[in-house]
Design a binder for this molecule. Structure first.
Ligand SMILES: O=C(O)CCC(=O)C(=O)O
Ligand SMILES: [Fe+2]
Length: 237
């Protein structure tokens, strides 16, 4: 199964993705997973052996809904996603590091980046599956789990807006220096992935690049149940 995914990743239009990331900070990858892959992930939601931790969001005032972190070793599909997306995103991360004049250098391979996480005691995998029922939502936040962090993350819609649920748009809010915040609303189709900045992005200004701060969340699900898959690259303490 991940063979098809590896091919899909290898055949992607990475040039366009790089351009979109630079121009607006985020990029959509159409049909990254097929419906069967999405449905398999959803049907494994109750298979507790796959997960290391369940978070009920209301308990921490994170929102309303639930998510589960996959345990190590990650299922093949998640390992393939993380490994396959990382190298191109690391190129973008290093380019942004130059533009922002801050941050670490990102190794070319995921395994080397994860070794850096390990050195800082960040040992636990962070990919997660989220489930929101009607009334659910995810407050604006950033996913930082220690000193080492990767500046991009990915979320994949596992079911279909319109037929499986209504509402539940992905929100990205960009806080600009000494200016009002700008909001982006992204409606993802089943199997589509969104690559977005974990914390900052460089924006071209009249005197070079400046930095905006990003937070993401999910608007209220008004009907049905929404499932999503989060692929975060840095591991957690
Ligand atoms: O459910 C979503 O679309 C967003 C999940 C999220 O916060 C994440 O993947 O980091
Ligand atoms: Fe998140």
């Amino acid at each position: 199964m991940p063979d098809g995914l590896s091919k899909r990743l290898a055949g992607m239009d990475w040039t366009r993705l790089q351009q979109e990331l630079d121009e607006r900070g985020y990029a959509v990858i159409p049909a990254l997973l097929d419906n069967e892959q999405c449905e398999k992930l959803i049907s494994a939601y109750e298979d507790e052996a796959l997960y290391r931790k369940t978070i009920r969001m209301a308990r921490y005032s994170f929102g309303e809904g639930e998510y589960k972190y996959f345990s190590s070793p990650l299922p093949d599909l998640l390992q393939t996603l993380r490994e396959g997306l990382y190298p191109e995103l690391a190129k973008a991360a290093n380019r942004w590091k130059e533009r922002l004049g801050r941050g670490m250098s990102y190794p070319e391979q995921l395994s080397r980046f994860l070794a850096l996480c390990q050195e800082q005691g960040q040992l636990h995998p962070t990919p997660l599956i989220l489930k929101y029922e009607a009334g659910g939502y995810n407050c604006l936040h950033q996913d930082l789990y220690g000193d080492v962090y990767f500046p991009f993350q990915t979320v994949i819609a596992l079911n279909q807006t319109g037929s499986d649920y209504a509402g539940g748009e992905f929100m990205l809010v960009e806080q600009r220096p000494r200016a009002q915040s700008r909001g982006h609303v992204i409606r993802l189709e089943q199997g589509e992935a969104l690559v977005f900045p974990t914390q900052y992005r460089p924006v071209q200004g009249s005197r070079g690049y400046y930095r905006t701060t990003l937070r993401h969340g999910v608007s209220t699900i008004t009907e049905g149940t929404r499932y999503s898959l989060g692929v975060i690259f840095h591991d957690a303490k």
